[in-house]
Write a protein that binds this ligand. Structure first.
Ligand SMILES: [Zn+2]
Length: 278
């Protein structure tokens, strides 16, 4: 049994504000061991539950946050950015039986610690076929096309509520309880590690790959930005159309195409934001 762990950082133990997750900040350095501890707890639990292979895919920012030198020796880590499936890179290899979303968070425009969808402030909302979409929801649709279930989700309590919508069978662990976008009641790394390890062990039983499903579409994705000029930047991508003052929309037959178009839009939009007056 092979497990793919997609490891984001905003939903990690102890993390509640931007400097905790922005590379180069002293607080980010302080939070890296707690993030690594969450991932190690999941690795241990999955091996206890019968996994014989775990691949960890870094999914946050520069995708260089986890401490490889402290990682459980039984796992391997895919580190670095520019990967065709981004946060769920590796699932397309066809040998993954279950996916875990660690350190995930609520969607842009929703309540949750450091809530956002891909771009921290520039994207104010994303909808998939009319439903507000978190990174978890989008990526759950991507892995479903490869027949792979989401078996474990960790983050704040709002991320766990979100997971109930897109992966109702998955085990969840709330490592902290949301108070505001930048505040949470946190549990210690020792306690969250115990909770994550137990949940991962139980979640291993859910890791059963099915035949790939390519029939879920079409998928209509709508994005809302915090500035009007970004509509023009996004609409450079073929198939992406203006859908309101600060909105664009596109439709893809598969989520594989849908998430790649999403990546093209976010890359273009990011390059159209200046440091001030973005
Ligand atoms: Zn994220």
């Amino acid at each position: 049994m092979k497990i793919l762990i997609s490891a984001d950082m905003e939903g990690a133990t102890g993390v509640t504000w931007p400097a905790d997750v922005l590379p180069g900040h002293a607080q980010w350095e302080r939070c890296r061991p707690m993030f690594t501890s969450d991932v190690n707890a999941a690795i241990s639990g999955f091996f206890d539950g019968g996994a014989d292979e775990v691949l960890v895919n870094e999914a946050h920012w520069t995708m260089r946050n986890l401490l490889l030198e402290r990682l459980d020796d039984r796992a391997q880590m895919l580190t670095g950015r520019h990967k065709s499936l981004s946060m769920v890179e590796g699932v397309q290899r066809g040998d993954v039986d279950g996916v875990a979303f660690l350190g995930y968070h609520a969607a842009a425009g929703a309540e949750g610690v450091l809530a956002h969808t891909y771009l921290a402030n520039t994207i104010t909302g994303v909808w998939l076929n009319g439903t507000r979409a978190s990174e978890g929801l989008l990526n759950a649709h991507v892995v479903a096309e490869y027949g792979v279930p989401v078996v474990l989700v960790t983050g704040d309590d709002k991320a766990c509520e979100d997971a109930a919508g897109y992966a109702p069978e998955a085990r969840t662990v709330a490592v902290k309880d949301h108070v505001s976008r930048y505040a949470a009641v946190c549990r210690t790394p020792a306690r969250t590690a115990a909770d994550i390890r137990a949940a991962a062990e139980a979640a291993a039983a859910l890791a059963i790959r099915h035949e790939p499903v390519r029939a879920g579409g079409p998928f209509t994705v709508e994005l809302e930005f915090d500035a009007e000029h970004l509509v023009g930047a996004a609409a450079v991508v073929p198939g992406v159309e203006p859908a309101g003052e600060r909105r664009v929309r596109y439709t893809s037959e598969t989520m594989y195409e849908g998430i790649r178009c999403f990546k093209a839009v976010t890359t273009l939009v990011s390059s159209a934001v200046e440091e001030q007056y973005g």
